[in-house]
Design a binder for this molecule. Sequence first.
Ligand code: CP
Length: 304
Amino acid sequence: MNLISFKDLTGQQLREIIDEAVEVKHNAEKYRTALDSESLAMIFQKSSTRTRVSFEVAMTQLGGHALYIDWRTTNFAIASVHDETQYLSRNVDCIMARLKKNADLQVMAKASRVPVINGCDEKYHPTQAIADLMTMKEKKGALKEVKLVYMGIHNNVCNSLIEGCTKTGVKITAVTPIFNEPSRDEELLENARKTGLYETTLDVKQAVEDADFVYTDTWVDMEFFLDPKYALEKEKRVKLMMPYQVNRELLKESDAYIMHDMPIHRGYEISQDIIESPKSVIYEQSENRLYSAKAILLKLLEKF
Ligand code: CP
């Protein structure tokens, strides 16, 4: 079993992973040797703080071992993904990869003898969405009928939230005036629409009115954030997106929890003053990356 997106997971399987994440959070000692002698290869073609740290610490705390592999320092950079994965999957028990292209991840998943986890590509970020759903469940006690508003650019994080929410009974409203074309997955959106749990609007006030959670993410993908060639597009996006900033004015009549997958760009997608407000669960959400990483590894390595 791989975790590339939630396409091949049933709602029940997804709920089981979320419940396992809560269970390991409160019973860490019970799982100290669960992955004894097992190794996870973590391959990064892009930068990361949370995905790298959470999976590496998860492996240590489960009694296993994680190898951090920078794509540029390996022969993945000069050989075929298929061949390098054929080798890699003969020496480790699981692979987690953050690649630029989902197409390369699909090649990796096909070539691998061991489970492959998507650590975020241009289309999906499933490990983040599991931590998000776990955080929502902790706050509300259940996921069914909970209402999440995603405010920002339609991107990989948005796709995985839509897929994860609609599979677990969460109503999701996307307020996304810009669509990151590389993230487009019409099949995912069509399946989500069929559930009746996914809608879109550009009416920000109405969207947040009865929201339980308001979620935002960067307006510029990580690989372009500091790229001078992207400066003009960044400026255009900031101008267009400013009315969609998550801030105190927007939420003045709302009791919603505030979510962000981090890294945060203060003063852009979210205002400085609400990041640490009493309704913000952003840092708890990021902490939950660790427990959800453990649950994902335990599931894919068939420990529950
Ligand atoms: N949210 C997230 O994936 O964080 P990193 O990019 O730091 O891994």
